[in-house]
Design a protein around this ligand. Structure first.
Ligand SMILES: [Zn+2]
Length: 222
């Protein structure tokens, strides 16, 4: 019986190697063990310090991040355009391991919303997927209390100077936001380019008087 089980396992491994070989997501190196990144790429992640943005006189938003918008995390962020949920889950695990998220106090994870038409196109909101994964690690709930009021142009398509106006007044909070009063909030997104989206989300939540508003992303541009 054991021989049959061993044989079946070998066949299974062989099929898995053919269908989805264990290649490093960044450099395509073949790995002995299944992992997202090879040792070299994992070590190449350059951790950067958080950045602070002033929301108003009372609130400062700290954006916690893993690295700049560079290799090896950058190609993983592009997985959202291919609706590749597995890679985004792996990215969430990397953020959890490499950032300070597991050490920071927060009561709710709030994903930055996508306009519904983009959710339909992609099949999911990448920020929500990351938030759900963090919730699994931290046992802290996800609160979907932000909504996109209108569709904004993709940030990458908009010239730098127009980014702030493009995002302005695009987000509103729903009634679920009542729960955040006196609570520590962690906004979640995959990346942060200018901080405009982060500030827009934070400003929509300020009227509900949370104790603090911070954010976690994989990569930060500035
Ligand atoms: Zn690699």
């Amino acid at each position: 019986m054991q021989i049959a089980i061993d044989f079946a396992k070998k066949i299974y491994d062989l099929i898995a190697y053919i269908i989805a070989p264990p290649l490093c997501y960044a450099c395509r190196l073949y790995m002995q063990q299944r992992a997202v990144l090879c040792f070299k790429c994992d070590q190449a992640i350059e951790i950067i310090a958080p950045k602070m943005f002033k929301i108003n006189e009372k609130y400062i938003l700290t954006v916690y991040t893993v690295s700049r918008y560079t290799e090896p995390l950058r190609p993983m962020l592009f997985a959202k355009y291919r609706s590749d949920e597995i890679v985004l889950e792996k990215l969430a695990d990397i953020i959890w391991q490499k950032s300070v998220l597991s050490l920071v106090q927060f009561d709710y994870l709030i994903p930055i919303p996508l306009h519904w038409s983009r959710v339909v196109k992609r099949g999911f909101n990448q920020a929500e997927l990351l938030a759900n994964r963090f919730a699994k690690h931290s046992k802290i709930p996800v609160l979907r209390c932000l909504k996109r009021e209108r569709k904004t142009e993709y940030q990458v398509r908009v010239v730098h100077g127009d980014r702030t106006t493009n995002i302005k007044r695009s987000m509103i909070a729903n009634l679920e936001a009542k729960q955040i009063t006196g609570k520590h909030i962690m906004l979640v997104d995959d990346s942060c380019t200018t901080g405009a989206t982060a500030l827009e989300a934070a400003r929509a939540l300020v009227p509900f008087k949370p104790a603090s508003i911070n954010m976690i992303v994989a990569c930060r541009a500035l």
